[in-house]
Design a protein around this ligand. Structure first.
Ligand code: FES
Length: 627
């Protein structure tokens, strides 16, 4: 089988001859951007072949379609598009930073750190009666009596599958003590000879782009370890629509996507357990949240109806599924709680974010905004909850941006223009402060920051057009002579050895994402009769990194005093952990799901009108129109 080496991490994979290079990369654990879902339309899966280490015919020949998508300045580089070539022999590939799949780790991964612990699972020590010929009763009957005494429940539920597993433990029928793990006080989900004390659970946040796993100590109510990674389903496209489309075309893709996700979750669980010194046999509970598409895929439900009218989920209630059914590598009979879903686009992640809000959120008019590849917005108007969602596109994740990269060390996250006109930037540094300080590209917040800075400096008009090249030495013209891009970093100072620029097309993509979100917000406010907001809360990985000044300057959200805009961190992960730590939150989330009214935007004529109005990069559309 051909062997592929992917640099810079030198990961390797052996794949069948004829395997698509993009698929081979994900098999090797290398995430390559695939904005169009591997359909050969976007050019984002650009890689470079190491010709010195690769035979000439190791990849299928370049087609016209592939050539047309390669960068114009490809001279001297052996570029290929990973979704348009197949592997035929041993090959060495370099994945440039701008082609690495977005795997944005939340840099403020949680804000809720401790929750009053009242877990839905408990461990009790069972005193076992000795087997007696005079009063014969089965081991299971004696276990049940022991559990009833220890947990003070009348009728414990002891499934045969749990006994079957117990009966394979050495000394199982001679043990005088056993540890029973109970779910909801009476369901035995695990039985072990002897005493065990650890009580751990995992909270899982499945995003379209990245996944986060928190390993938690349920007895103490705190976090033991956390890991994040890219969602490997990105091979099927960076947004939920692409993933639905794949399932629509090939129903077998659902099982593959589910398997990929579960494998990645298991890898993260194993890593957190190793870091925390926790035996996976002590991980007895789990909670998972995600948008409806992610939750459908995790449950093995066909997500395709979510993407077409009337946009309804196949399943909407919160559900408890045995870990072994999901394939999750924790205690097999542990019940994984998956949050309810409200509509095709409002799912467990939105409800989890709401779960983190206290009484303050229900006073006055408050807006909760979660921007990702999809934008979800919840308005609380004097306690009444209404939600809507709009497709903002992957621009906020750094995709569809020429020099867009994941939010990792080397990514430019802030841009500003000094009074003298000098363009400055700051990039994310490695946690230890080391590594190459040169930047590799712009992450989502860097894109918004640069657009806001250029608007403020007059390098971008409110209509999104770049100022003429004679306005600033770093504004450069394209072939037409019109301004085409702004140079942020020249090759000697970039890690890639190439220009880092913000292009006119990037700005247009920002405008599309921005106007979709803003149009959705405006309709929501109008429908609910709200003219003035008291507070705007930004949730999600991207919301974490945005500067309130920037988003107000480009009109991403309605005008409001800047001090009234606040980030609330990775609220979905926080909500998942709350439901893991404390059983009362599972009831609360069911209530929230019933209370939340959903406003569907598709097919609304006013959406299109507002969409056009709000493409302006200004706090208020009329400001832009007057300019
Ligand atoms: S061209 Fe879009 S993923 Fe390859």
């Amino acid at each position: 089988m051909p062997r592929i080496v992917f640099h810079p991490d030198s990961r390797t994979a052996e794949v069948p001859r004829g395997e698509r290079l993009l698929t081979a990369a994900w098999k090797a654990g290398v995430g390559i951007k695939s904005v169009c879902g591997g359909r050969g339309k976007c050019g984002s899966c650009l890689v470079e072949v190491d010709a010195a280490a690769t035979a000439a015919d190791a990849l299928t020949p370049l087609s016209d379609a592939e050539r047309a998508l390669l960068p114009a300045d490809a001279q001297g580089h052996d570029y290929r598009l990973a979704c348009l070539c197949d592997v035929r022999g041993d090959v060495a590939i370099a994945v440039p930073p701008e082609s690495q799949a977005v795997r944005s780790a939340p840099r403020k991964p949680y804000t809720v750190t401790r929750v009053a612990a009242r877990p839905i699972v408990a461990r009790v020590t069972v005193e076992m009666e000795a087997a007696r010929m005079a009063a014969p009763s089965s081991l299971a009957e004696r276990v049940c009596r022991g559990v009833a005494r220890a947990a003070q429940v009348r009728k414990p539920d002891l499934p045969v599958a749990v006994m079957a597993e117990y009966s394979l433990r050495s000394g199982f029928d001679a043990a005088r003590e056993a540890t029973a793990t109970l779910f909801r006080d009476r369901h035995v989900i695990q039985l072990r000879p002897g005493r065990r004390h650890g009580l751990y659970g995992v909270a899982i946040d499945v995003g379209t782009t990245s996944v986060v796993v928190f390993l938690c100590d349920l007895a103490r109510g705190d976090i033991v370890a956390m890991r994040t990674a890219g969602n490997p389903q990105a091979i099927y496209g960076e947004d939920v629509i692409s993933r639905m489309t794949h399932v629509q075309k090939d129903p077998a893709a659902l099982a593959t996507m589910r398997r990929m996700l579960v494998d990645e979750l298991n890898r993260l669980i194993a890593e957190t357990a190793a870091e925390g010194g926790v035996d996976p046999d002590d991980i007895v509970d789990a909670v998972a949240v995600g948008n409806p598409t992610m939750q459908h895929i995790l449950l093995g439900l066909n997500p395709e109806p979510l993407g077409r009218g009337p946009y309804l989920p196949v399943w909407s209630d919160g559900v408890e599924v045995e870990a072994r059914e999901l394939g999750l590598a924790i205690v097999p009979h542990a019940r994984v709680f998956i949050f309810p879903m409200v509509s095709g686009y409002i799912g467990g992640d939105t409800l989890a974010a709401l779960l983190t809000r206290d009484a303050e959120f229900y006073r006055g008019n408050q807006l909760l905004v979660d921007v990702g590849t999809n934008g979800e917005v919840v308005l609380a108007r004097d306690g009444e909850l209404t939600a809507t969602s709009c497709a903002t596109g992957p621009v906020y994740e750094g995709a569809h941006i020429r020099c867009g990269v994941r939010a990792a060390p080397g990514a430019i996250e802030r841009v500003w223009v000094e009074p003298g006109g000098r363009i400055r930037w700051s990039a994310i540094r490695a946690a230890d402060g080391g590594g190459d300080p040169r930047p590799v590209g712009l992450c989502g917040s860097g894109v918004i920051s640069s657009v806001a800075a250029f608007v403020a400096a007059g390098l971008l008009g409110p209509d999104g057009a770049l100022a003429p090249p004679d306005r600033h030495p770093q504004v450069r013209a394209g072939d037409s002579g019109r301004a085409d891009e702004v140079l942020l970093v020249a090759p000697p100072f970039s890690r890639t050895g190439r220009d880092i620029v913000l292009t006119q097309k990037d700005v247009r993509n920002v405008q599309l994402g921005k106007s979709a979100l803003r149009a959705g917000i405006e309709i929501l406010l109008a429908e609910c009769g709200v003219q003035r907001l008291d507070r705007i809360l930004l949730a999600g990985t991207f919301g974490n990194h945005l500067e309130p000044d920037d988003i107000l300057r480009i009109g991403l959200v309605p005008p409001i005093p800047v001090e009234r805009v606040r980030s609330i961190g990775n609220a979905a992960g926080d909500g998942a952990r709350m439901a893991l730590f404390n059983r009362s939150h599972r009831r609360r989330v069911a209530t929230l799901a019933r209370r939340l009214r959903v406003l569907e935007l598709s097919g609304r004529a006013d959406f299109q009108e507002l969409f056009v109005t709000h493409t302006a990069l200004a706090p208020e559309p009329d400001v832009a129109l007057a300019a």
